[in-house]
Design a protein around this ligand. Structure first.
Ligand code: NAP
Length: 256
């Protein structure tokens, strides 16, 4: 049994839907105050209202993880509303599929800025409050794609997800003197609105390639995040936790 997260303040980016919403719900249902962050305030409000309907302390905040000023304002507003920031889940991300031949500099920058540079801006913005927190935690949502596997059409995405991990290891070292741990979850294929957009053929193919023979749920990822955010994980930093139903394990199709 992990020490309860009751009373902690948790900021989750990309929390209006998908994995971020699952993470926000997991913390909210366990008594944490949750800042639901997304660009669309309507979608964030809907998510926060659902959490409040279940008795949780949650509020939506509009911010863009690609903009430092937006993230700085966000952290100020969240800390003013909830009295600090204890746990940061840098989860917002995009995964447009573009072939190498068609990929432009703009495509590359958008994905790298949204998925990787955002980790810098999110962490930087929250740092003043994390430094004062009792058990400060940062958890990044990376991916198996890039750090472990490759996928045609996702060269920029894979680069961004690998970049997050280089950032994480250096940040973990730099922030260790403040007892701030920085870790990452690496989801495999998790059923979210974003994944659904890739189409049923993709989903069927992925499901078949996962040894546990199902797509992940947002709760599967949230459990891993809850653990890395716990007081019991205080000696784990700069590490990755793969949550993929065994998808990266087979040496070939016959091994699955
Ligand atoms: P999703 O369903 O598309 O949701 C993405 C969330 O991020 C939304 O809340 C979106 O809200 C927000 N967002 C996007 N750009 C943003 C920006 N610039 N600033 C602030 N918020 C932004 O995605 P998902 O499938 O849950 O994926 C979440 C994370 O998990 C991503 O980092 C993704 O790479 C990673 N991941 C997912 C899978 C999977 O199978 N689903 C696998 C591996 C890794 P707004 O559009 O309103 O801003």
């Amino acid at each position: 049994m992990l020490t309860p997260v009751e009373g902690k303040v948790v900021l989750v980016t990309g929390a209006s839907r998908g994995i971020g919403k699952g993470i926000a719900r997991a913390f909210a249902h366990r008594g944490a105050a949750v800042a639901v962050v997304s660009r669309s305030i309507e979608a964030g409000d809907t998510c926060a209202a659902e959490l409040r309907a279940d008795g949780a302390n949650a509020e939506a905040f509009a911010a863009d993880v690609t903009e430092a000023a937006s993230m700085n304002q966000l952290a100020e507003r969240v800390a003013a509303r909830f009295g600090g920031i204890d746990i940061v889940c840098a989860n917002a991300g995009i995964f447009p599929n573009v072939s190498l031949e068609a990929m432009t500099g703009e495509d590359w920058d958008l994905v790298l800025n949204t998925n990787a540079r955002s980790a810098l801006f999110t962490l930087q913005a929250c740092l003043p409050w994390l430094k004062r927190a009792m058990a400060p935690r940062v958890i990044l949502t990376s991916s198996i794609t890039g750090p472990i596997t490759g996928y045609a059409g996702w060269a920029h995405y894979a680069a961004s997800k690998a970049a997050q991990l280089g950032f994480m290891r250096s940040a973990a070292l730099e922030l260790a003197p403040y007892r701030i741990t920085v870790n990452a979850v690496l989801p495999g294929n998790v059923m979210t609105e974003g994944l659904a957009d890739l189409g049923s053929e993709y989903l069927t193919k992925m499901e078949a390639s996962i040894p546990l023979k199902r797509l992940g749920t947002v709760d599967d990822i949230a459990w891993a995040v809850l653990f890395l955010a716990s007081e019991e994980a205080s000696f784990i930093t700069g590490q990755t936790l793969v949550v993929d139903g065994g998808q990266v394990l087979p040496e070939n199709q016959d091994a699955a």
